[in-house]
Design a binder for this molecule. Sequence first.
Ligand code: RUB
Length: 306
Amino acid sequence: MDDLQNIAEKICTMEIRGAGRIAVAASAALRDYARTLSSLNIDEFNAKIEKASKTLVDTRPTAVSLPNAVTLTKRHSATNVYDAIDEIVKNSESFIKNAEEALDKIGRIGAQRIHDGDVIMTHCNSHAALSIIKTAFDQGKDISVVATESRPRRQGFITIRELNDYGIPTTLIVDSAVRLTMKKVDLVVVGADSISVNGALINKIGTSQLALAAQEARKNVIVAAETYKFSPRTLLGEIVEIEDRASEEVIDPEILTELPNVKVSNPAFDVTPAEYIDLMVTEAGAFPPAMAYMIIKEYLGIELEI
Ligand code: RUB
């Protein structure tokens, strides 16, 4: 359980971050934990797996990739522990393999929408969005990127380093420069933490501002998302919870103590309605957001997480 606790801690503190990465890390942690439980009987085993699953899922509330990964990993139909461990190990290996392959497929499908000379704006740090950008670059397209800083955690710094190392010309902007800069951009490509059944995108705070500015400037918005980022629970009317993070991420706590009339609000994600999104690129193909229900039904099934 120590290793699993350690992974849970790293997800909480964002040492491991990004919807895809936390899903893969959680699946691997549950797999490794299951392997340590061979001396238990099946009821004890199931109880431990449930507890460990909750520990992982409770780390961050917004990215549905996390509960989806845990649910897909932990389910088994075995009546003895050895078979249960075997099933969980296989589930995890297949989830992780599919997740890696999905990134490649998203890159190939999404790159079709990138043309020679395009300037692409991206936000935060999304492996799925970067897969599209890198694939287009690998295809020899002459592209450049505008990357937002993404306050308060500045995940944009991870993005610019990654793009720099890949040799892709990149401009860093502060988040408040999005609307002004949109005029010089051809399209927006972002990732996803969750996509609800009505096609709304939940992603890093500020994503909806990119989408608004893009719509005003008549630029396309493309969302890069593995199918496991779609939320089955939204089909039951559930709302995706927006994570509120600590004020220390925004302002020095000492300064805050000098300001008794000031409080800090630090929502980590926002919601972009479907009408601001032109295309969702998944490993199963590129769809308009109105087809989110179909993705959930075909690729996840409504029994997930319920
Ligand atoms: C990360 C974020 C990313 C999505 C998609 O937020 O909002 O855009 O998770 O990323 P945080 P990916 O840094 O708070 O985890 O495509 O890598 O899954």
